[in-house]
Design a protein around this ligand. Structure first.
Ligand code: GAL
Length: 665
């Protein structure tokens, strides 16, 4: 891989194969912009294999050769994200079937069956050919396996594979009936052969079936990805990755990580229009996602795609305001990315994405976007020593896909929305305001590196999770557990007895009831006099309000309204050498800032910087400290920050809006 940050992005010059001048113009622009890496071949199958079994890699070869001569590296994609039309026409089994059992027509992309032996075989053949021809080419630095795996297929082949997967998981149909509680509504299956995937024309209300189907879809997609990895590995040992998507709930990415050499993801935040135009929330949400992808392998990752200006599939093709391109790109770096890559290098001249932002537009001018990108690439050169450095967070925030599937797949407690992501983001903002790095982890991730683990709405306690949290606390760690945690097991069956399951003694309380509040309705949390965190003012809380009975925990705040006025809203319990905090509802943002600023020092964690204003995020990669300002106001930096340290980029006294300063400690 490269010594400096990879800078460049997706490049599909087969679209202008007959326009030699355009290609030459691209090369000139690449040099002007400092581009050192392009991703080739995403969606190029029809071009590489125009007829079944007839491969033509001559254009690809010429592009790779030319990139090599220009000193530009290539990330080479396998083309399985979009199939050629002959494949669909000759083998209709490769076309996906929707949940209402309709077979799709040829078109678009990402719409093939991951079970189909034909699709797997044709993919294997082209991947192996690519590996044989380019797997040892010095210009190629990595394999980009397919593109944004996603979606699901309900064809007969998938049904059979799903049944076999269930057989393996449960052993007998009696066991499956018991774990899913199929006595309910007379849904007992007599044989695995009777089971169909969830469908609007069939079973769509059995949460255990829906949950296992989602697990199966992940399993089948990973299986397909592994087959592609095996194919490229036949002649090549270059590192492999696949590009993942923002908060994509169709797959459990934690199951992909072991098979990849590095993680990469595609980042398209709606700067300026998302979250009601509040870019502080956009930045926090984005940082949370970077911290999730980094923690999948606890290693630097790749920002594989991002948009240089306006993203054409979003509700508004809103231009990134001056400075936002740099701030967003450096945010990825600050959170562990070793690349800044864009979709796309040059605009398509026609087609669905012709109005999608690109580094080079079709006017041939040096645009504002190009100037900003050129400046960014110069800054990345100044930061090159940061590349490859790791982030060692002492705080973990659990964001478990399977638990969320189960929780959001249940009828109740709030079908109008549980606000899971909103709750997660508020907590994340609070942690970041306390100046600490955060790993966003699956509940199966090791807890060893952490001093504080936050467990928000962890509805499903998978096997062993409660015991691991207990041991973590007993050994001196701090946990923060919120409402609607420890409810169900891995089959989405409610645990018998008191809850949060198996943690009631650690938390010193048990859940009695859970109230769902209508949109716009709030309760209040009011401080208990003399509470140990020094809370003096109240906060509003909303969405869900849990009512707990304390056994040994001490209340720090109580509800101020409704029939549960006076019942605990925030509590703390000492458990052996550690502490367990409990938060009973979703609070307003300020609460989490005050709460985490209070508890972090007592957890034995030294903040990177203390008392950060809203919108300012600090992170540490190795000995390098990043401070970024996502608010619209300039902030003054304290003298202690700038004194002794070496500044790589930015100015030491003020941090303008969307500014970044990087120090070496
Ligand atoms: C990504 C995809 C790219 C491109 C981009 C546009 O999801 O991987 O191929 O379509 O979106 O924003």
């Amino acid at each position: 891989m490269k010594e400096s940050f990879c800078f460049g992005g997706d490049y599909n010059p087969e679209q202008w194969i007959s326009h030699k001048d355009t290609f030459e113009d691209d090369i000139r622009c690449f040099h002007r912009l400092g581009v050192n890496t392009v991703t080739l071949n995403v969606f190029s199958w029809a071009f590489l294999e125009p007829e079944e079994g007839k491969y033509d890699f001559s254009f690809l070869s010429s592009v790779i050769d030319r990139m090599g001569k220009e000193g530009i590296s290539v990330i080479l994609a396998t083309p399985s994200g979009a199939k050629p039309s002959w494949l669909a026409a000759k083998y209709p089994e490769v076309l996906r079937v929707t949940d209402d059992r309709r077979r799709m027509l040829f078109g678009e992309r990402h719409n093939h069956c991951y079970t189909s032996p034909v699709y797997m075989e044709k993919t294997r053949l082209i991947d192996e050919h690519l590996s044989e021809v380019f797997g040892h080419n010095d210009t190629v630095i990595a394999w980009h396996i397919s593109n944004e795996y996603g979606g699901e297929c309900h064809c007969p082949l998938c049904q059979e594979a799903f049944r076999n997967w269930l057989r393996q998981r449960y052993g007998s149909i009696e066991e499956l009936n018991k774990r899913w509680n199929n006595a309910f509504w007379s849904h007992i299956y007599n044989s695995f052969d009777d089971i169909e995937s969830p469908s609007p024309i069939g079973e769509n209300k059995n949460p255990s079936l829906i949950l296992d189907w989602k697990r199966f879809v992940t399993y089948q997609t990973v299986d397909f990805m592994n087959a592609e990895i095996k194919a490229v590995r036949k002649f090549s040992d270059l590192p492999v990755t696949t590009n993942m998507m923002y908060d994509y709930t169709g797959l459990d990415y934690s199951k992909f990580a072991d098979n990849l050499d590095f993680i990469s993801w595609d980042n398209y935040p709606a700067w300026g229009t998302g979250f009601g135009g509040d870019n502080v929330l956009v930045a926090a949400d984005n940082a949370l996602e970077h911290d999730y992808f980094r923690a999948l392998k606890d290693k630097p990752f790749f920002l594989m795609e991002s948009c240089p200006s306006a993203t054409n599939w979003q509700p508004y093709s809103h231009l990134k305001r001056p400075g936002v391109l740099e701030a967003a790109s450096l945010e990825a770096v600050a959170h562990g990315s070793d690349s800044v890559l864009f979709f796309q290098m040059r605009n398509s001249y026609a087609g669905y994405e012709k109005f999608h932002g690109a580094l080079i537009d079709n006017s041939g001018r040096e645009t504002r976007v190009m100037k900003e990108a050129g400046e960014l690439s110069r800054k990345l050169m100044l930061l090159r020593l940061v590349r490859g450095t790791e982030i060692k967070a002492e705080v973990a925030l659990i964001n478990d896909r399977e638990s969320r599937w189960a929780m959001e797949g249940s009828a109740g407690p709030r079908n109008a929305g549980l606000h899971y992501r909103d709750n997660l983001r508020r907590i994340y903002l609070g942690l970041r305001s306390a100046g600490v790095d955060v790993d966003v982890i699956d509940s199966s991730h090791s807890f060893d590196a952490y001093k504080l683990i936050v467990v928000p709405m962890l509805y499903m306690f998978k096997d062993g999770v409660a015991d691991r949290l207990r041991k973590f606390t007993a050994d001196g760690g701090t946990i923060v557990v919120t409402h609607w945690s420890g409810v169900a097991d891995e089959c989405d069956a409610v645990y018998p007895g008191l809850s949060p399951h198996s943690l009631t003694d650690v938390l010193g309380l048990y859940r009695e009831e859970l109230d769902a509040l209508a949109d716009g309705v709030c309760n209040r949390a009011v401080p208990v006099a003399g509470n140990e965190l020094g809370f003096r003012s109240g906060y509003s809380c909303s969405v869900l309000a849990e009512i707990a009975e304390l056994t040994s925990a001490e209340p720090m705040m109580v509800y101020g309204d409704d029939f549960y006025k006076g019942r605990p809203a925030v509590a703390v319990n000492r458990y052996e050498n550690g502490r367990a905090y409990y938060i009973a509802s979703m609070f307003e943002e300020d609460f989490y800032c005050d709460f985490f600023n209070s508890i972090i020092p007592a957890c034995g964690i030294e903040p990177i910087v203390q008392g950060l204003p809203r919108g300012v995020i600090a992170s540490r990669r190795g000995k390098y400290i990043f401070i970024q300002n996502f608010s619209s106001d300039a902030i003054r930096l304290s003298d202690s920050l700038s004194d002794k340290r070496k500044i790589l980029i930015g100015s030491s006294d003020t941090l303008p809006a969307y500014g970044t300063i990087v120090f070496a400690e």
